[in-house]
Write a protein that binds this ligand. Sequence first.
Ligand code: FAQ
Length: 335
Amino acid sequence: MYTQSLDLPGQTPAALASVDTPDKRQAAFDARMAEDAKIEPMDWMPDAYRKTLVRQISQHAHSEIIGMQPEGNWISRAPSLKRKAILLAKVQDEGGHGLYLYSAAETLNASRDDLVDALHAGRAKYSSIFNYPTLTWADVGVIGWLVDGAAIMNQIPLCRCSYGPYARAMIRICKEESFHQRQGFDALLAMMRGTQAQRDMVQDAVNRWWFPVLMMFGPPDAASTNSAQTMAWGIKRISNDDLRQKFVDATVEQAKVLGVTLPDPGLVWNAERGHYDYSPLDWDEFWRVINGDGPCNRERLATRVKAHEDGAWVRDAALAHARKRARRDASAKAA
Ligand code: FAQ
């Protein structure tokens, strides 16, 4: 990844490099956490910190890769050349985000093959949101506006994550996601200025995506098993419920500009809290979806596994080429 080559042995910051007993290493790590400094790949870190980062970063990478499918499905049916070019670029960006993130996970000594195997075998999670279908062109706009919008809200704080490679990957990803969000809003605005049938299509898509998007932020804080520790480690900075609330508050105003109704009668301004209230979410649906039984889980995984198998010849060719180059370099050096 573009940043990792900077993290070379010998560049380990003094605070962690100079300590050699387990207790001292832990104390130095804790001191780093207390001063909100970054941990880099060559630094000592507790196993549990490494493990939780691999879990979160790899699930994030899987989400980006699986997340190419719902919109990729519409590239050949985009309504104009301009929209097709934008959508192609966006879907390609999501693939790129997956690659930065797999690379960030590799800096933690995780093997990419193992991570991908875990996804294909159904052992690793990916975001619940990508298990919902894209039925019309308006769904593509709504993914940009709401799904990318929620992703940005969740990911901006990750730019300050305590693990350097993840934080730096997130800076670039967030810049691209914010283009994605704007293009989705723009596509919807064009439809809202069109015919009644187009406006109805947008409203229908918003009705179907609104609640699943709110679930993207994860379970309520009280049921979030990982939050306390990941927040203590400076990986997560803002809780699931607080991010969800920030997203709701920001999106209500955007919906007004667009002229769509958010499908929740319980969505009302609460002057006392200074926030919008919203109705309780269907957490049974959320757990069903993340445990493999959403509307498209089987289809998404089968498509991913097939793409991986169909691409075996590309990986074989790249490895053969690398071996050939290494042999050539070795004989050039020997000559
Ligand atoms: N879906 O204890 P917590 C995108 C799991 S990228 C599935 O609260 P945590 C870009 C969670 O893993 C979208 N599983 O967990 C794009 C845990 O299970 P585990 C992805 C979920 O980690 C746009 C269990 O529930 N973004 O959209 C979900 O502290 C358009 C308990 O939950 C990221 O991955 C869920 N929604 O918080 C691409 C951002 N929520 O692992 C294409 C980085 C929770 O213990 C098109 N990740 N779970 O077995 C995070 O910020 C966090 O991992 C959370 C979950 C907030 C997702």
